[in-house]
Ligand binder design. Sequence first.
Ligand code: DX5
Ligand code: ZN
Length: 221
Amino acid sequence: MIAPSILAADFARLADATASVRGADWLHVDVMDGHFVPNLTIGLPVVEALLATTDIPMDCHLMIDDPDRWAVAYAEAGAHNVTVHVEAAADPVKVAHDLRAAGALAGLSIKPRTPFEPYVELLAHYDTLLVMSVEPGFGGQEFRSEVLEKVRTARKLVDTGRLKVLIEIDGGINADTIEQAAEAGVDCFVAGSAVYNAEHPARAIRALRESAAAASAHLRL
Ligand code: DX5
Ligand code: ZN
């Protein structure tokens, strides 16, 4: 699955940004509060407006403090998947429960330096695991391949039935990096600049999907 991140789109033309990525599996929306991360983007009113412009399932990545208070509103608005950061949530089990009760998938994200193992039990309450492959806050950063160790561990747990999550990766995914991420076992690839800086975003999505499928063919044997 490919999830273009509208962080790299033209914010003055967000309706065009959803139209130009037809064929995307999910639409990734980065919500930043200027506290959890040193950047400020968009919040619920803009997400609601975006939801009205597209049928692509929305993947809201909340890089905010106190997701315990704010996350459920994104689910209630109609987001398909709502991801909170484990470093920010006070009661991540309750957050997941609230998100699911509101009809969304519940996602848990870990920053590049946050280990994965302590949260294996917690992930039983979640539907998606978002492994950050850059420090959250900005698009266009370089891919940090060392996080793929966490992807490999998660993949093993999923394949052996110990975990039931979709594995997502976010940050620095492009034509050069997607194959190693796919080989490690990622299911869903977030890509901002690689999609929106391309001349034909929809074509870029298809190319990324093909590279990922080819590189992960061995996992399906
Ligand atoms: C970074 C965001 C990413 C960002 C990825 O904090 O979470 O979703 O948009 O952008 P690229 O693909 O350009 O690294
Ligand atoms: Zn993101």
